[in-house]
Write a protein that binds this ligand. Structure first.
Ligand code: SF4
Ligand code: SF4
Length: 122
């Protein structure tokens, strides 16, 4: 994950599970989750590594705000919004292999590969 050139964040509740992004991704690093959102759709999910940051999934998605691509972790870290304190924060990577980071605002640990628990400003 540390060497990935892009980072994809799916807003689980906005995603309709149409799979267009999954099929459009040139390097096949998206899939539909095994779980469901509150609307009963299986949202898109990032495999956790290999994203090139090309943005094809963003342009393929018909749902505004469902999928966002960041060019690198630094951009994503800057855009992170703490779900507990509801303020802009930063993520400090603790273990890039296990995909663990810490939110500077609330101090809680977040799992980077579980994008459903990450929130980013537009
Ligand atoms: S930005 Fe490109 S490589 Fe990354 S998940 Fe989207 S389509 Fe795939
Ligand atoms: S992120 Fe967009 S394109 Fe991908 S499955 Fe969800 S709604 Fe469809």
């Amino acid at each position: 994950m540390a060497n990935a050139r892009g980072l994809v964040a799916v807003n689980v509740e906005e995603c309709k599970g149409c799979k267009l992004c999954v099929e459009a991704c040139p390097v096949d690093v998206l899939h539909l989750a095994a779980s469901y959102n509150t609307h009963g759709y299986s949202p898109a999910e990032y495999d956790g590594e290999g994203c090139t940051g090309c943005g094809v999934c963003f342009y393929a998605c018909p749902e505004p705000g469902a999928i966002t691509v960041y060019k690198n972790w630094a951009d994503a870290q800057e855009a992170y919004v703490c779900g507990v304190k509801k303020v802009g924060s930063r993520l400090t990577v603790i273990d890039s292999v296990k995909g663990l980071a810490q939110c500077e605002a609330c101090g809680q640990e977040v799992i980077l590969s579980d994008y459903s628990n990450l929130s980013f400003s537009e």
